[in-house]
Write a protein that binds this ligand. Structure first.
Ligand code: MN
Length: 502
């Protein structure tokens, strides 16, 4: 009863692709190839032998394998029994058969979805660890942002340059080509105009999905000039904010916290349709990782910044570990932006402004003096006071820094980058709550997060102490993909939210 998926002795690329379904991507293909034997198959033995492999997170495969078999068992147990007597009349019999097949298929799809979820998370962790350790991305970044890299600009110099350009009438003085057929935004931008932009982007995303071609998105719909207008206006909002922002729901009566969006425009629009458009009465807090991985990071970001400026108090945004241009160079957002807004001056300027905005995003929000919302989590290196004092704009990027900073306590460089500030920023953006049963060294409730290669893992006792010290009730964090979109941990005091559907 019930079609089962079992792991064969070895897996071909086609089977792995089938397994992963929509989640199959180039990264997975490359990883598969690196493991395959000369027949192009990955033997089960290799998967298990690499259990503790250093280069790839293959140890996760064994977890996947055991979960897979458990899921298959589970599925077999829950395989649908015909609701009616199979010996009934011919037509009924056929109907029952169809029904039973359909359920089996649904079960199979569900199993595949769960497996894909597992595989995807494992591969992502493997990649993140590699990125953190190998410092690969600087070269890549320079290629994408030659102008900025040439100047060797500091954060402050970049902001000064942007302000000086604005003093000379930029971006108002950008000429729009005669052939431009997209939206013209009024000045000042209105909420109706932003809703119009959202509808157009949604239609385009629908067309993109239908054609199954490379995503066009915002290209041709919104000129870089308008994107710059929105981004600069939003930059003016965030530059005034402290690193820890306290918000109250006394007036709105509610606040919706949204986890990682990762460039999933249609998921975001779906949330707005169900839960209402962002407004002062219906505010949203997006908990970081708006960009990368998905095809519509530019659209997600520009819409959120647009709503934030036309309706102050409607959108709050926390920084995530993907709000870092070096990470974005590896995970798609930089490529997406230059493709959609072209590599000309406007496109590069937009990149520079967004880079600046990322560095200005607050690190945490405290809701009603009760709930801490932060992308990764908490650690023994900071409390709310240190987080408020930390210069969140000190680093152009948190990844790809020299060992003196990342490895040596007390280490610093000539630009004033210190190990201390780096590790505070890393910890709040990259940490994860430990699962129950996770071993910790004696007397220690917070340990390096080896799985990520950055941030810490903190256990339930640590969460409790940290929260009690600040007289807070709970932590809402994101950063980890959750099958159902959320997960409760640490005796109900830590909630993980993840809002992208795939
Ligand atoms: Mn994250």
């Amino acid at each position: 009863m019930g079609g089962g998926i079992s792991l064969p002795d070895n897996v071909s690329k086609e089977e792995a692709r089938e397994f992963a379904g929509e989640r199959w991507n180039e990264q997975m293909a490359i990883k598969f190839d690196s493991l395959a034997d000369k027949n192009g198959r990955v033997p089960r033995k290799v998967i298990f032998d690499h259990k503790h492999g250093k280069e790839l997170a293959i140890r996760d495969w064994s977890v996947i394998a055991s979960k897979a078999s458990r899921l298959v068992d589970h599925q077999t147990l829950e395989a649908p029994e015909p609701l009616e007597d199979p010996e009934a009349s011919g037509t009924d019999h056929a109907a029952v058969k169809v029904q039973s097949l359909a359920r089996a298929r649904r079960g199979k799809l569900e199993t595949r979805r769960r497996l894909a979820n597992q595989i995807n998370s494992s591969l992502e962790y493997a990649q993140e660890r590699k990125d953190n350790k190998l410092d690969l991305f600087m070269a890549n970044l320079m290629e994408k942002m030659p102008e900025l890299e040439k100047c060797q600009v500091t954060r402050d110099a970049l902001l000064d340059t942007i302000d000086k350009m604005r003093g000379k009438g930029w971006p108002h003085n950008i000429d729009i080509e005669a052939k431009y057929a997209g939206i013209h935004l009024p000045d000042p931008i209105t909420k109706d105009a932003m809703i119009d932009v959202m509808e157009r982007l949604n239609d385009q995303a629908r067309k993109d999905t239908k054609k199954r071609k490379q995503c066009v998105g915002i290209k041709g719909i919104l000129h870089a000039k308008y994107a710059l207008h929105i981004a600069l206006a939003y930059m003016d909002v965030v530059r005034k904010l402290p690193s820890v922002v306290h918000i109250s729901t006394a007036l709105s009566g509610k606040l919706t916290v949204v986890g990682d969006m990762h460039g999933q425009l249609r998921d975001m629009i779906q949330i707005f349709r169900h839960n209402g458009l962002p407004s002062f009465d219906n505010p949203y807090l997006f908990n970081g990782d708006l960009v990368d991985r998905g095809d519509y990071s530019a659209e997600v970001l520009i819409l959120l910044m647009g709503f934030a400026i036309v309706d102050p108090g409607s959108i709050y945004i926390n920084r995530g570990n993907h709000e870092d241009m070096t990470v974005c160079t590896g995970y798609g957002f930089v490529d997406e932006l230059v493709t959609k807004f072209s590599q000309n001056t406007n496109g590069r300027h937009l990149l520079a402004v967004i880079d600046t905005i990322f560095s200005l995003l607050p690190l945490a929000h405290v809701i009603d003096e009760n709930v801490l919302v932060i992308h990764g989590g908490v650690s023994d290196k900071f409390d709310l006071e240190t987080l408020l004092q930390v210069n969140r704009r000190l680093y152009r990027t948190l990844t790809g820094l020299p060992n003196a900073i990342t490895q040596t306590p007390g280490g610093k460089d000539k630009d004033g980058h210190t190990h201390e500030t780096w590790s505070i920023l890393m910890d709040c953006l990259w940490s994860d709550p430990a699962k129950s049963g996770e071993p910790f060294p004696p007397g220690c409730d917070c340990k390096p997060n080896d799985e990520r290669g950055g941030g810490v893992m903190f256990n339930a006792r640590f969460s409790e102490q940290w929260l009690d010290k600040h007289k807070l009730g709970a932590i809402v964090r994101s950063h980890e993909c959750q099958e159902r979109g959320f997960a409760v941990a640490h005796n109900g005091r830590v909630l993980t939210l993840f809002s992208a559907s795939n």
